[in-house]
Design a protein around this ligand. Structure first.
Ligand SMILES: *Cc1c(COP(=O)(O)O)cnc(C)c1O
Length: 226
């Protein structure tokens, strides 16, 4: 099958620009086919993000082993066991209960699993995530401190779905401030706490300007989802 040309035409310049700024591109491949993923893989892309465990497992089985899979989106506790053997980064940890399950499954697999805390920054009600206060309280929690097999390597957030770029900038800016605050306090000795995942197709440029180290881009690379 001939890979769609537009994928690599958009990908190369975007990835080059992001790389030059020290930003990692996670290609969000949800709903996209294995052939479409292979197109980007052959162009050099290794980080891919999916939001459904079943879909992720099906694709992983058919794709090269050196892909780094990211789980991006709400993760149900009872599904952690399926991705624990291989997942590279769980980007949307939104409760201590989920973190405890990840820790348990990581231990069973003899691994340490890297995670991001998802922070609720948007004004919309529907988005998952911890409040900034909940995130700031977590490191002092005894149940959290007992965990041996998870590593919180940073924060993740989604801005409001709006045309108002001022508002988006403000929300990313708040996440960046929280990140800096945590980095200088409870995570001060943790050099691995260094990732700030924010920005999607429509707002990644603002996110990069506000200090993102990871952007999660789907439709801009692969075309609109159905
Ligand atoms: C789908 C999704 C993205 C990518 O969205 P695009 O607008 O297609 O770039 C990024 N982050 C999360 C959490 C998503 O669910």
């Amino acid at each position: 099958m001939t890979p769609p040309k537009y994928i690599t035409q958009t990908y190369q310049p975007l990835n080059d620009r992001l790389k030059a700024q020290g930003v990692r591109l996670v290609a969000v491949s949800k709903t996209k086919t294995v052939a479409e993923i292979m197109t980007l893989y052959q162009a050099g892309q290794r980080d891919f993000g999916e939001n459904k465990v079943q879909e992720l497992l099906q694709k992983k089985a058919l794709l090269p082993d050196d892909i780094c899979w990211h789980h991006i989106g709400h993760l149900q506790t009872n599904k952690v066991k399926y991705i624990a053997p291989f997942i590279s980064l769980i980007q949307s940890v939104d409760s201590l209960r989920l973190l405890q399950e990840i820790d348990k499954q990581a231990a069973l697999n003899g691994r340490i699993i890297d995670c991001l805390l998802q922070i609720h920054i948007a004004q919309e009600e529907t988005k998952f995530g911890l409040t900034p206060a909940e995130a700031a309280d977590l490191p002092a929690n005894d149940a959290y401190r007992a965990l041996q097999n998870v590593r919180i390597v940073g924060l993740m957030g989604m801005a409001s779905f709006t045309e108002n770029t001022g508002q988006i900038r403000n929300e990313f800016g708040q996440l960046r401030q929280l990140f800096d605050m945590l980095k200088n306090t409870c995570f001060a000795k943790k050099t691995y706490f260094k990732e700030l995942s924010m920005g999607m197709s429509s707002d990644y440029a603002i996110a990069v300007e506000q200090g993102a180290t990871i952007v999660r881009i789907g439709s801009l690379l692969f075309g609109e989802r159905p």
